[in-house]
Design a protein around this ligand. Structure first.
Ligand code: M6R
Length: 617
């Protein structure tokens, strides 16, 4: 939550910061602000609203010159979104300035102590408390900014990625992280540095970056090699400079109206990128380094526990069906937030799989740490390379989906399912729970999925037409069974989050146990009724809906004639193995929610109240 970015060097800082904020807006977008320093003067502008509102405000009357500065795009935690609570925040003397992503949990105690010492507070934020604590420590101990930040951070409880500037030291800023990410881009010959919550703001300037680890800080000065220190004991830390693979076109819309639509259309390529180099049908193997290196852990596992949140949790539910059906390993799927707080029984023979697109979701990360402490082997399935979960886990597989910028997950979901399918197949073959022939058949089918998704995207216009009929509905039901029950949940989540229409997903057979009472002629019901997945049972469910005048939008296998006669609308998907159908059935549901949201004039890429990565619990 919240995006931070900054620059120090020889170029004008403002365009770098404002463009960087636009790229980070997926992390939060209820307010934005920035600070620049030039000619002995701090220029700080902030506002409720989006980065574009900030840009307008700045254009009105701000001199944007200066070669050092930083900015923030906010997702509110402490204090409602308004101009005052927006970042950056000044200290009492207005000599220090801070931006912050995270939460200072003990801010209230510190605030009371600072008030007693005469500090006043303009905002309701925990961040203003932190900057005043830094100022107080700096004065009291007569230390420089870096030391004051370090001492202050040793007093706070919580999570943070911060950047702090001191007017007395105008050629540097201090960054630190615990629980929220910070990447530092290194310009040529250390002449300039960039900081950001992820590398996207500086990708056109440098490919070299350091990712601070939890508990680390750095003082960033022009023309000086970066020194990273441990916040606790001040020890110098050896760091790696990574070469970034990200390219500019990956983070731009490329002619699509929204990132979400671009990412839906990218799925054939994203799925291919996920299995490329791993699936080797001619050799009859799946190569996954993370599993190969720890094969016995998986083969001897009593059970697999999957932890995740949101869409990634839905991918985890698909994986439950995959691992149990194909690899015959018992699976439990847990919400990160529940798992971490309920003292679960975990043993050394459990394998925990953490699924996260961003690799930064606070609850999933905390669940990973807890499972490791309890002795489990923890495997990560993440998209963002070098993310906190990817680093915290014992081993893992990246999904290689490329950057996902739309807040609503699309390609992250299908690529997570792809990785999890490969894992289940690999383990199934090792365990002998599927035959070589079945394994081979799966690989062939998986290889065809990208083309099938590509062909399926041709239904876009038809889905758009259906969207126009139901866009004003106030409720939707999504039903599916087996492998497609999680897809029903995901379809409902997609609709809720971007169109703000209430939607619920259910296993189709559960309908009779309550939701059927909701059905009347105003209720659209999306039913996944593919040929192999308990088809006859789902057809009976469809009949039950029909008898109550519900409006049926059915996702069926190509050539289906039975459902066609009953349903109001039919969307056909190509035939494939039942276990692989989620990779196809998901696509029309993504498109349906996208078109409804666009027709309702919603902000598809940045739906209200949401943020792409939920780094607070
Ligand atoms: O980055 P993660 O996969 O850990 O994020 C988990 C959820 O916040 C996320 O999947 C969320 O539900 C989706 N953006 C919804 O589309």
């Amino acid at each position: 939550m919240c995006g931070i970015t900054g620059y120090i060097g020889y170029r004008e800082a403002y365009p770098i910061i404002i463009n960087g904020l636009k790229r980070l807006e997926y992390r939060g977008y209820d307010s934005a602000g920035l600070v620049l320093y030039n000619n002995d003067e701090i220029k700080l502008v902030k506002t409720k609203g989006k980065v574009s509102d900030l840009e307008k405000k700045i254009q009105e009357n701000t001199d944007t010159s200066g070669t050092i500065g930083f900015g923030h795009t906010r997702w509110a935690t402490h204090g409602v979104p308004n101009d005052v609570n927006s970042h950056p925040h000044y200290s009492e003397s207005e000599n220090l300035v801070i931006i912050h992503n995270g939460i200072i949990e003990n801010y209230d105690t510190i605030k009371k102590a600072l008030i007693e010492r005469g500090y006043t507070f303009k905002s309701d934020t925990d961040t203003e408390v932190l900057i005043n604590l830094i100022e107080e420590i700096k004065k009291k101990h007569k230390v420089k900014l870096g030391k004051a930040v370090q001492l202050a951070l040793n007093e706070v409880v919580g999570a943070y990625a911060i950047t702090v500037f001191d007017k007395e030291k105008p050629d540097e800023f201090v960054v630190a992280r615990l629980g929220s990410p910070i990447a530092i881009g290194i310009g040529e010959d250390n002449k300039e540095f960039f900081i950001a919550s992820d590398a996207s703001p500086f990708i056109e300037y440098t490919k070299n970056a350091i990712y601070l680890e939890d508990g680390e800080m750095a003082i960033i000065k022009r023309d000086r090699e970066i020194r990273v220190r441990n916040i606790k004991d001040d020890a110098l830390v050896k760091y790696d400079v990574l070469e970034l693979k990200l390219s500019l076109d990956q983070i731009e819309k490329g002619g699509f109206d929204h990132f979400m639509l671009k990412e839906i259309y990218e799925q054939p390529k994203a799925i291919t990128d996920t299995f490329r180099g791993r699936m080797l049908p001619n050799e009859g193997i799946i190569k996954m380094q993370g599993i190969d290196d720890h094969k016995q852990k998986f083969l001897n596992a009593n059970r697999i526990i999957i932890v995740a949140c949101g869409t990634s949790w839905h991918a985890g539910l698909v994986a439950e069906y995959l691992f149990e059906d194909i690899a015959r390993i018992p699976v439990e799927v847990e919400y990160g937030s529940e798992f971490r707080y309920r003292n679960p029984i975990i043993t050394e023979n459990d394998v925990v799989i953490a699924i996260s697109q961003s690799g930064e979701t606070a609850d999933t990360l905390a669940a990973v740490k807890m499972a490791k402490e309890k002795g489990a082997f923890v495997y990560g399935v993440c998209n963002v390379v070098g993310s906190s979960i990817a680093r915290e886990t014992n081993a893992g597989s990246y999904t290689h989906a490329g950057p996902e910028i739309g807040v609503a997950s699309t390609k992250a979901f299908t690529t997570q399912i792809t990785v999890l399918t490969l894992m289940a197949l690999k383990l199934g073959l090792e365990k002998g729970s599927i035959s070589k022939t079945e394994f081979h058949q799966y690989l062939i089918e998986m290889g065809l999925i990208p083309d099938k998704v590509e062909n399926l995207l041709a239904i876009d216009d038809k889905v758009k037409e259906i969207a126009s009929i139901y866009k004003d509905a106030t409720n939707f039901l999504y039903l599916g069974r087996g492998f497609n029950f999680p897809v029903a949940l995901e379809g409902a989540l997609k609709l809720k989050e971007i169109s703000y229409i209430h939607a619920e997903g259910y296993p189709a057979a559960e309908m009779k146990h309550g939701p059927i009472a909701l059905i009347d002629e105003n209720m659209p019901i999306v039913v996944i009724a593919t040929k192999k997945g308990h088809y006859d049972k789902v057809v009976s469910n469809i009949q039950e809906i029909k008898s109550r005048n519900g409006k049926i939008i059915a996702v069926v296998t190509e050539g289906d004639t039975t459902v066609k006669e009953i349903a109001d609308h039919v969307i056909e998907i190509p035939e494939t193995e039942e276990a692989l159908t989620p990779l196809l059935t998901t696509i029309p549901l993504q498109l349906l929610s996208y078109h409804i949201a666009v027709m309702l004039g919603r902000n598809v890429d940045q739906p209200r109240n949401l943020a792409k990565s939920v780094t607070v619990e």
